[in-house]
Design a protein around this ligand. Sequence first.
Ligand SMILES: [Zn+2]
Length: 317
Amino acid sequence: MANTPNTSTGVEDIETSTSLTELTRCEGLWYEDGSIVLASEGVGFRVYRMLLAQNSSVFANMLAMSSPESNIDPSYDCPIVHMPDSAAQLRYLLLALHDVRATERLKRAPFMETIAVASLAAKYEIGHLLDSAVERFASMYPTSFNKWVTTRGTPVTPVLKPGQHHAALQLAHQLQMSHLVPVILLAMCYGGVRSILRSGLPPHDLEVLLLGFTKLQVMQRTHTFRWLYRPVVRCTAPASCNRRRAEMSLLMEKMFSCDKLYVFDLSLEQFSVPLSEVLCDRCVTDAFRTQKAGLESAWEDLPSVFGMETWHKLGAK
Ligand SMILES: [Zn+2]
């Protein structure tokens, strides 16, 4: 941002002049009859002081204490308050605050908007926006296995980038939503090791995540595809079934040795050749039953993969 003061008499003049004259008016959040200008990163939002104070006790106290009447900006003929938040996040918060259908808006909000509104609504104690944004945020990281399977990669649970999961992790910590943390970490692991390394996590979190990734790789054999690695006692065609399981497990090992995880989302229905064509009826029944039990138990163990308490103790519903 260039400094273009009209009269340069000193550093203070420059800073004051810069802050007062260089604001870019935020489209959609510049009401001509607005009663206060919030400024952040060179962007100005001309909004209604009463609306801020009525919805947020933090804003109410802040505006009362700073007595903005004494800080009227001649350029805008109303008080100007410099905010510590990023302009992008502040814009999302103010858009939601000025939307009479904020609840509906937040039900469909994209990831960055959800994160911004939840984080700032918590900071400024704007209860109704916080509730809606938290609900939307939680829907992106379902804590039940069935919801994970059915909603992953859909508009409800978009496939997010590593940096976005990192932001989600920070928000979960800020809002003390520990029960979402295992799912956020799982989502990061699904991106593979390269993606984990690009996530920008601090060293300790990185270590937890990489160890977790390794444990999830092992769980593919011990839980999800356990049926591939052991004979079935009541099998009616042991020679043939054991041979076909050995062939399939070799193929599976090739898949497991890449930078991906299949622990929770490779269903037996997706196999190119139906199991009933290669295994006897009893082995097919065993495969489906063992995999279902393995998946459920793997999900149950998910928090422990990342060194966390059980779902129940974390407060998952
Ligand atoms: Zn068999």
